[in-house]
Design a protein around this ligand. Structure first.
Ligand code: ARG
Length: 465
């Protein structure tokens, strides 16, 4: 058991307590961030005259060696160390001696772990942003390719009004566009460096916090040192946005599962993204979509855990804060894997455009347009609604569509009915008449596509500049 704080103790830590307290099992994934932070801290200490140039060089080389040896597999991280910070400092001191013991000057594990978590979160924000960008690019391409792919729109899962696949996909474009702008927003707000806040009350050393912040590509140092070591708002915001991303993916997966079903048959998911049954030879199941839908709950769970974990924490650092890691790591892994898999699955989905069109033409999706036709002929909308309702009932009995009725039959319902009724209730007309901003009509959807393109070319990933 290698601990950094044995001095004031006369007894060994109880074994169960040691294991309960230790975080190395899960915080070892912060190794790269921990070393990045320590290198910046050492560089700053030397600039401020708190380390000699030689000590700094020894520390930097030592830290780089630790990282590359762990990555190469020649140095093992074991549970002999309490946490990743203790591991790095112990191995460094073992390897370079005296200088290693000076690295922690003007630093506490409290501001160190606050920094590591921020660096980790910022890295993952940049990667998530990139994945969202990939998704939006595929979506935009699919929208452009499906301007005249007709399909029914649903409310209550009942056929409602006709629309196009481009318009349906456009709804998801909006959701993921908001997710992406939220990522950028969180990043901007969190991008301040906590290093130099010490345990809770700053330090007595003349540290240059601006320098460490800029070495680590932060916009500046954080303010109040007590908040700096105990703030996890940015992590909660990130996990919240991941929860929304999962919610959006899950809604879409639910639709893909329906559309892929034998009853709908709107789409076929590629073989490489489907699985079979051990007993039923005919089966091809959309497991990826189902799992993304299923794993959404885990990410929500992490968000809830973080919020509850934080709610009783008095200022400043308390060990509860160590509980921020496992749940958020799991949420990040889950959501980013879901996004990667979704991005892999989406381009391979085959849309059965003929089947979607047939489905749009059935089920009276043009009934609202038929009522609007009568309104244009002078009838009040409420009366038109009732007349078309009766026509629908008649058609259900005859097992036909509104457009299949003869002119004579039409006139039996309203004498203003004319030949132009058939064109007014055709799929093409129903779509092309929808011109309001945000509607599926060609003019409106082209406007949406223009805005989508503008969003994609105007937003860049701040981590990749
Ligand atoms: N493993 C700890 C955490 O994750 C590191 C900070 C420990 N600080 C302390 N004062 N015990 O929060």
């Amino acid at each position: 058991m290698a601990q950094l704080w044995g001095g004031r103790f006369t007894k060994e830590t109880d074994k169960m307590v040691y294991a309960f307290n230790a975080s190395i099992r899960f915080d070892q994934r912060l190794l790269e961030q921990d070393i990045r932070g320590s290198k910046a801290h050492a560089t700053m200490l030397a600039k401020c005259g708190l380390l000699t140039e030689e000590e700094k060089e020894q520390i930097l080389t030592g830290l780089e060696g630790i990282l590359s040896d762990v990555q190469a597999g020649s140095l093992e991280i074991t549970d002999a160390y309490e946490d990743v910070h203790s591991f790095v400092e112990a191995v460094l001191t073992e390897r370079i001696g005296e200088a290693g013991k000076r690295l922690h000057t003007g630093r506490s594990r409290n501001d160190q772990v606050a920094l590591d978590m921020k660096l980790y979160t910022r890295d993952r924000i940049d990667e998530t942003d990139e994945l969202l960008k990939e998704l939006l690019e595929v979506l935009l391409r699919l929208m452009k390719e499906n301007l005249t792919t007709y399909m029914p729109g649903f409310t209550h899962l009942q056929k409602a009004q006709p629309l196009t696949l481009a318009h349906h996909l456009g709804a998801y474009f909006e959701m993921f566009m908001r997710d992406r702008s939220r990522m950028q927003d969180i990043r901007k707000r969190m991008n301040l460096c906590p290093l130099g806040s010490g345990a809770l009350a700053g330090t007595t050393y003349p540290l240059d916090r601006e320098l460490t912040a800029s070495l680590l590509e932060f916009d500046g140092p954080t303010g109040n040192s007590m908040d700096s070591v105990s703030d996890r708002d940015y992590l909660i915001e990130f996990v919240f946005d991941l929860s929304l991303i999962m919610m959006h993916l899950s809604r879409w997966c639910e639709e893909l599962i329906l559309w892929n079903s034998n009853e709908y048959r709107y789409i076929e998911i590629d073989d490489s993204y489907s699985t079979g049954s051990s007993i039923m030879p005919q089966k091809k199941n959309p497991d990826v979509a189902e799992l993304i839908r299923g794993k959404t709950g885990r990410v929500y769970g992490a968000l809830q855990s973080l919020l509850v974990m934080m709610k009783g924490i008095p200022l400043a650092y308390n060990k509860d804060l160590q509980e921020d890691k496992e749940v958020s790591f799991d949420a990040v892994d889950t959501a980013m894997t879901a996004l990667r898999l979704f991005n892999g699955m989406l381009p391979g989905i085959a849309f059965d455009k003929e089947r979607m069109r047939e489905s749009a033409a059935l089920g009276f999706t043009n009934a609202t347009d038929a009522a609007d036709y009568l309104v244009r002929k002078g009838m009040p909308f409420r009366d038109a609604h009732s007349v078309i309702g009766k026509m629908v009932l008649y058609c259900i009995e005859k097992d036909c569509a509104l457009g299949d009725l003869t002119l004579g039959e039409l006139k039996g319902f309203a004498d203003t009915m004319g030949e132009d009724f058939y064109d007014a209730v055709s799929l093409e007309t129903c779509i092309s008449r929808r011109l309001t901003k945000g509607a599926p009509g060609p003019l409106a959807i082209n406007g949406e596509i223009r805005e989508a393109k503008e969003f994609l070319s105007s937003v860049c990933n701040p981590g990749r500049n």
